[in-house]
Design a protein around this ligand. Structure first.
Ligand code: 523
Length: 142
């Protein structure tokens, strides 16, 4: 696929490692029942014809009420319930964005400093991505 070709693969779920001030945002899911109470990198399914980076911005606006931008893809891709796979981008708040608040799918948000990153009960499938991102907390999004 040539660079810039729209992603039409319906099986990608995007997650955002939203970084701000050396902290990572974790979001606690409120649904569905089997995921409720577990923490995730917020995001959701890429829609047909949508670029993953655009899906990320859309999901963060819908779920957290923020204006954010994708910064870079975190290497790797992790299996979810078939046929979905999780891809993660680092992201940052745009200047003037409202602070994140749980509008749908989540009942709590937490900014984690590097020493606290493992204090929340991450979804199993998010753990490898969080592990990839954690060294960037000291340097910020690149
Ligand atoms: N995950 C997941 N980790 C993670 C995300 C964003 C999603 O394991 N960081 C899983 C949870 C769901 C599936 O991916 O099984 C779809 O995520 P969801 O429900 O957040 O996607 P939406 O909001 O696009 O879902 P719809 O309600 O179907 O539109």
């Amino acid at each position: 696929m040539t660079p810039g070709t729209p992603m039409t693969d319906r099986t990608v779920v995007v997650g955002a490692a939203l970084l701000d001030g050396g902290q990572l945002l974790a979001a606690r899911r409120s649904a569905p029942a089997d995921l409720a109470g577990r923490w995730e990198l917020p995001g959701g399914k890429v829609e047909p014809g949508e670029r993953p980076e655009d899906a990320l911005v859309r999901e963060l606006r819908e779920e957290l009420g923020i204006e954010a931008e994708a910064v870079e893809r975190v290497p790797g891709q992790w299996p979810l319930r078939a046929p979905y796979v999780l891809q993660v981008w680092t992201a940052r708040l745009r200047p003037g964005s409202p602070a994140p608040r749980p509008l749908q799918d989540h009942d709590e948000l937490r900014w984690l400093t590097p020493d606290r990153i493992w204090e929340v009960d991450w979804l199993d499938q998010d753990v490898p991505a969080v592990r990839e991102v954690s060294p960037r907390l000291t340097t910020g999004p690149r």
